[in-house]
Design a protein around this ligand. Structure first.
Ligand code: F6P
Length: 469
């Protein structure tokens, strides 16, 4: 048997990522590679200067990390342009924010081709290749064009919208069918897998048997594999981390007030502005809570050179300042808004100290913060998760208080309900979610996906349709 080769845009090379928390993809892939060591290949995070594109190889804990730099042009067109100003908004149901240019599309295809050229040098004939996320959709096609017959899987970490929306992607007919060069296309939820299957049927005229589509003489399978976390390990980490000096300092600074926590990359898909409005509504309507809660919103800046992200940064800062000005007192600041990223350990401790987590994205593939919050709780006295129904995690966290993030009144009401929820109800809700998340942890995800990728197609169905949201 060959080795596992994981490919993603970002690579979390240990010595470079000791500090702040990585994105959900890096967390998941990292954990999966602990189960089955191999090679992790992708962008170094660096932009090449002087026209020299360097590659770096680091071997640690039986994992080989191979990273390559991007040229300035590649970074602009592939990463900032097509991946994050076209694919990201459209796949998050925000066609209105998409900014397409042909130049960015060709940069995107060029970088994928370049990744394939580098991979081709290290790939053995029996290696299993697992490609992650929207940056690398045409990678299998580029590898097949080089004659590669390996089994190659793709996993989309972000949501997949309905075919009506996918067809708004300029040149979708060139790009999306190229996913059929993979052997297995994995999605976060049954709903996402169903949406893509409908696209293949409607736009490509393909018909499936048990979600296996036959293309030329090959079969591509479509399935749902919800990403998990290291549930037990994260719980242990949280137990220890409440004793970290920094976490203790935060707890002391609350002066007995209930902590409400939100942790998100500063991204328009996360619904932070809508959440702040909901918190404002809560303070307006449930006056008895004024002075008794502190809402800590941790929002590390992200993709700052993209205009939509600069806008959200300004709006969010202004909204937090306005609410604090209107409701704050000399001895109480309702919202603590910080753009800093914290380590896993610190976050785990803060989650455990919080009474409520507000996880209310407008759309999210999965959202691991929701799962980590549940894993971090003290089962005897757990906090309450308020979760957007539009996060993939809502499929497994049905015992959370599920809300519509577009409706500030309902989020405000849920916050009041969470803060005054009885201990037995909190315990019951937490136990049910914790049990599910312990079963569907990251090992389960990696194992399920890789087993399906290795399995010969057409033997059985591994797709289970889930109710459409
Ligand atoms: O989860 C989606 C995702 O785009 C990942 O692919 C990525 O690691 C993370 O969000 C952070 O985004 P970026 O790599 O653009 O900083």
């Amino acid at each position: 048997m060959g080795q596992l080769i994981v490919v993603s845009n970002r690579v979390s090379v240990p010595e470079r990522s000791a500090g702040p928390r990585a994105g959900g993809l890096e967390v998941a892939v990292n954990a999966a590679l602990k189960e089955r060591p191999g090679t992790w290949f992708g962008w170094s995070g660096k932009i090449a200067t002087l026209g020299t594109i360097a590659t770096q190889t680091v071997i640690q804990n039986h994992i080989t990390f191979i990273t390559i730099d991007l040229s300035r042009e590649d970074h602009q067109e592939y990463y900032r342009g097509f991946a994050n100003r076209v694919l990201w908004p459209i796949f998050h149901y925000r066609i209105d924010l998409a900014e397409f240019s042909r130049r960015d599309l060709s940069g995107y295809l060029r970088v994928n081709d370049n990744f394939a050229r580098h991979l081709d040098k290290v790939l053995g004939p029996d290696d299993l290749v697992w490609v992650h996320d929207y940056h690398l959709m045409p990678l299998a096609k580029a590898l097949r064009e080089r004659g590669r017959k390996n089994r190659i899987g793709f996993f989309l970490h972000i949501p997949c919208p309905q075919p009506e929306m996918l067809t708004a992607l300029p040149h979708h007919e060139r790009l999306l069918p190229s996913l059929c060069d993979y052997d297995l296309i994995g999605f976060q939820t049954g709903n996402d897998a169903f949406n893509f299957s409908r696209y293949l049927t409607r736009e490509c005229g393909l018909h499936s048997r048990d979600f296996n589509f036959v293309v030329a003489d090959c079969t591509v399978s479509v399935g749902a594999f919800p990403v998990g976390i290291e549930t037990a390990a994260f719980g242990d980490l949280a137990r220890k981390s409440v004793r970290l000096p920094f976490v203790k300092r935060v707890i002391r600074s609350l002066d007995g007030r209930a902590l409400v926590i939100g942790v998100d990359r500063l991204d328009y898909s996360k619904g932070i502005a809508e959440r702040l409005s909901a918190f404002e509504r809560f303070l307006q309507k449930q006056v008895e809570w004024r002075g008794k809660v502190t809402y800590l919103q941790i929002a590390p800046k992200s993709r700052t050179e993209i205009p939509e992200y600069a806008d959200i940064e300004q709006e969010t800062g202004a909204a937090a300042g306005r609410i604090n000005g209107a409701f704050g007192e000399a001895d109480w600041t309702p919202i603590r808004y910080v753009n800093r990223a914290y380590s896993h350990a610190t976050l785990a401790g803060l989650y455990r100290a919080a009474r409520v987590a507000l996880v209310t994205p407008l759309r999210d593939g999965m959202n691991l913060v929701a799962k980590e919050f549940v894993a971090s709780q003290n089962p005897d006295d757990p906090g309450v998760l308020i979760l957007s129904r539009f996060a993939g995690a809502a499929q497994e966290c049905k015992a959370a208080l599920l809300v519509n993030p577009y409706d500030p009144d309902s989020v405000a009401a849920a916050l009041g309900q969470a803060l005054s929820m009885s201990l037995p109800e909190r315990r019951e809700r937490h136990a049910s979610m914790f049990q599910t998340l312990s079963r569907n942890d990251i090992r389960h995800w990696a194992h399920d996906y890789l087993t399906a990728l290795e399995r010969e197609p057409n033997t059985s169905s591994f797709f289970e349709a889930q109710p459409v949201q």
